[in-house]
Design a protein around this ligand. Structure first.
Ligand SMILES: Nc1ncnc2c1ncn2[C@@H]1O[C@H](COP(=O)(O)OP(=O)(O)OP(=O)(O)O)[C@@H](O)[C@H]1O
Length: 647
């Protein structure tokens, strides 16, 4: 057996083949898998259609030039637009450029200097009105008419109280509205409009601010000096405008290397070509998702990633799609996963195991706080960040139920092994058998059905209701593995593992060690048997876990401040040395079953009818902290409205 190491900073071996990745030399095989797109075509438009330094009609929605005031005003704008309540006429702020400056700009008749055309106010207004048409037309119309009908004339507070969204609906319609899919689309629509308004308002605000700053900085220049400076400024603005109009595509990312292979696609280390932002880009084939009936799961994963504001959960930077694939660009977590750490260390020192299991509980609790159950936790889902702390990823199965195919397959396996004759095995035998199984059965870890080692029996059986404590079971199995060197139900073959799970009560034993210096303390075993336990014997909540004696040395309020046992040694933020080398045949062999299954599915006849665009509505996302704050404000606001409306 491996002797647990107590050296605090011994690092698991790295993968020298793909350490620091540079964007200039992507490995050849990656370009074959993921051909680099040509540079985006330059945006072409007429000379006249360029940025105009004059305040435009769309600026009326910028009530203040001070950012903090602007934010409050923004919420009011959203509030107003959502309520369709007329407010006092929006004021049109007057930018007051210095006379000399305007003179200098206007002198050549083209406004913004050589090469930069100028759109006259009227055309710009027309263009802006067109751009703003859908969300603003109603509100503008209302405020211009000054007579919005009895409902819309009420005061702000009155209209809030009197608003009943179900007023004119039939029972059928109300029922439809209560369905989860419809609720999700409603949330997506909300977010869409927030995003729309946020973009619109901040764009105008920052554009005005930039112009004002520029004017303030150039106040003392002579007329001759002003013209070229203005021309340069206008050029930069044109670039900013162009950028604003482009949608994210896979060609915007330079793939550096592959870092992961999942059941539905690959994960790449990638870099945004323009901003140089590094991310983990998860690419999933739409065809495969349809065929595996996994769309709901991927949408949930995107929803969770979007909602994740915790340091314990991997953050989503962007989500986008094209005809064939969907893309999740997540923060890149460079220290590899907990499986690699376990493989490299064998058995963990008891203090190190405590550190990791406490962090794993904290991350799983962050997911539970969002209202989701993971259901399929395994060491591969826990990533180690650059500081050595844990982050949870892969929320694909947190959608409610496993796919019917997978449930069927699991039930079949449980049924097949029920009468198997398994010899009694000692801890040592089981530890050795597990090691051999992992080493020889290269597909063990990546089986498409999933290795059942960590799954709670009620999830495997699929016949009864279950709750978030199924994740406690999985964490208990991981703690057992970290201390024993094998998960509690691991057998010498996969069938034996299924058999052990079926008879888990009989199979669960306290591990023994060859080295007499090692043993499981009473409190450690007590914790494990309250995690790997029947539903009614298991811990019922996170508080009970936290207050168990095993964690008495753990400061739950400040986990991330504690120095981790291992801190990855990274050459740069593009270092992929802690992940498998996907250009190495031996490393790739363990993904063979996944690839074969994916290829077989890909070549099956397509169900074009179901590949409808509607399935992925609301997938697109761009990380935006302000937007998230706004969403929270909106929720708080709705809550307040609901309370006000109560009799
Ligand atoms: N944000 C990230 N940073 C670094 N590596 C990552 C990141 N996300 C995923 N990976 C790597 O990619 C692997 C596969 O990712 P993930 O588990 O999300 O894919 P999946 O298709 O959902 O897998 P599964 O079939 O297990 O559900 C992970 O085990 C990990 O090694």
């Amino acid at each position: 057996m491996d002797v647990p190491s107590s050296s605090p900073r011994r690092l698991p071996p790295r993968n020298p083949a793909h350490q620091s990745q540079s964007s200039s030399s992507p490995p050849k095989h990656i370009n074959e898998v993921f051909p680099l797109a040509p540079p985006p075509p330059l945006h072409t438009r007429s000379n006249n259609e360029s940025w105009n330094p004059q305040p435009s009609s769309e600026e009326f929605i910028t009530p203040s030039s001070s950012p903090s005031k602007g934010n409050t005003a923004l919420v009011e704008v959203f509030d107003r637009s959502l309520q369709l309540t007329p407010s006092s006429s929006p004021t049109k702020p007057q930018a007051t450029p210095s006379k000399r400056m305007l003179q200098a700009i206007d002198e050549d008749g083209n406004g913004a200097g050589a090469g930069v055309g100028r759109m006259d106010d009227e055309r710009l207004n027309r263009k802006n009105n067109k751009e703003n048409a859908p969300p603003f037309s109603k509100a503008t119309e209302v405020s211009q008419r000054g007579n919005a009908g009895p409902g819309l004339q009420r005061s702000h507070a009155q209209s809030r109280r009197a608003y009943d969204p179900f007023r004119d609906m039939t029972i059928d319609e109300i029922e439809k509205l209560s369905k989860p899919q419809v609720k999700r689309l409603k949330d997506v629509a909300h977010l869409y409009f927030y995003d729309y308004y946020y973009n619109l308002v901040t764009y105008v605000h920052t554009r005005r601010k930039r112009t004002e700053d520029w004017k303030a900085q150039h106040e003392n220049l002579s007329t001759e000096e002003l013209k070229p400076a203005w021309s340069r400024f206008a050029g930069r603005e044109r670039v900013a405008l162009r950028k604003r109009r482009t949608r994210l595509r896979k060609g915007d990312f330079q793939v550096l290397t592959q870092v992961g292979q999942g059941g539905y696609g690959q994960v790449f280390l990638a870099e945004h070509k323009e901003t140089k932002e590094v991310c983990a880009l998860k690419v999933m084939s739409k065809k495969l998702l349809f065929k595996l009936d996994e769309i709901r799961h991927v949408l949930t994963e995107r929803d969770i990633l979007t909602a994740a504001k915790s340091d314990w959960l991997v953050k989503l930077l962007y989500a986008f799609q094209d005809e064939d694939s969907i893309y999740l660009a997540m923060e890149y977590v460079p220290g590899g996963d907990f499986r690699t750490l376990l493989n490299n260390t064998g058995v963990l020192h008891f203090n190190h195991a405590r550190f990791y299991i406490a962090e794993m509980f904290a991350s799983v609790n962050a997911l539970h706080d969002l209202g989701y159950i993971h259901r399929d936790l395994k060491p591969e889902n826990f990533l180690i960040d650059s500081s050595g702390h844990i982050k949870l990823t892969d929320f694909g199965l947190s959608a409610g139920k496993l796919s019917p195919d997978r449930m069927e397959s699991m039930k079949m396996r449980l049924d097949q092994v029920k009468d198997m004759d398994i010899p009694e095995r000692s801890t040592m035998e089981r530890r050795r058998a597990y090691k051999t199984l992992r080493e020889t059965d290269v597909n063990y870890a990546k089986s498409v059905v999933g290795s059942p080692d960590y799954m709670a029996p009620e999830v495997l059986r699929g016949t009864e209701e279950y709750d978030f404590t199924v994740d406690y079971w999985s964490l208990g199995c991981m703690l057992y593995e970290a201390l024993a060197g094998y998960p509690p139900f691991a057998g010498a073959t996969v069938q034996e593992t299924w058999h052990n799970l079926k008879h888990w009560k009989k199979v669960l034993h306290k591990p023994e060690y060859e080295n007499p210096n090692y043993y499981l303390s009473k409190r450690t075993w007590d914790l494990i048997i309250h995690l790997v336990a029947a539903r009614d014997q298991r811990f019922q909540d996170f508080k009970s876990v936290q207050s168990h004696g095993y964690f008495s040395e753990v400061n739950w309020g400040d986990l991330r401040a504690k120095e981790p046992p291992f801190v990855p040694e990274l050459d740069s933020d593009r270092d992929a040395g802690y992940f498998d080398d996907f250009s190495n045949e031996a490393d790739m062999a363990k993904y063979k079953e996944v690839h074969d299954k994916q290829n077989a599915l890909e070549s099956m006849e397509e169900r074009k009818d179901s590949m409808s665009k509607i399935a992925f509505v609301g997938f697109t996302f761009k990380y935006n902290s302000f937007l998230q704050r706004l969403e929270m404000l909106y929720r708080a606001n709705s809550h307040q409205q609901a309370q006000e409306a109560e009799p």
